[in-house]
Write a protein that binds this ligand. Sequence first.
Ligand SMILES: [Zn+2]
Ligand SMILES: [Zn+2]
Length: 185
Amino acid sequence: MTVVRFKGNMTFKDVVAFHGHSCPGLAMGYRMAIAALKRMSEIRAPDEEIVVIVENNACGVDAVQCLTGATMGKGNLIFKDYGKQIYTFYSRNSKKAFRVTLNSSAVPNTIKENRDEYMAWLLDAPEEDLITVTETSIEEPQYAERRPSVRCAFCGELVMDTRTVQKGDKVACIPCATGGVSSGS
Ligand SMILES: [Zn+2]
Ligand SMILES: [Zn+2]
């Protein structure tokens, strides 16, 4: 495995390049991820050293992925569809977990009307006013599953063996078993 590191943290500009546009949500995720890394004394995880539980799938999550290296592709980003802008960061090195929330009451009401001003304000606001980091305790998350693939008897596509469904005496992938959408049909 070759590890490629950024020098220091990814900048907000780097994160915007990944996300595709700059926006207040991205700025919030950026500040929250930086606060968590500092508190954990961690840098971007090359592998699964950091696990992040995200409670939304909005813009801020892209900043969290960029900064922490907890990504959908490595399996160390856990998505809970709760619609909350809250992230829990777990360090496998220290076994510590931190729940990070944004103090929305710190945001001046008038500033939200102008997106660019709001974003600039979010990037500059003192961390202690904007963000709360609370140590919490969670069970150590499992490592990403690495499982062999088997062939679906219906569409012929390969599927991870823990994601198969028995259909009669045959092994089916989930879309073939449930009539869901598959690119093959
Ligand atoms: Zn966005
Ligand atoms: Zn199938």
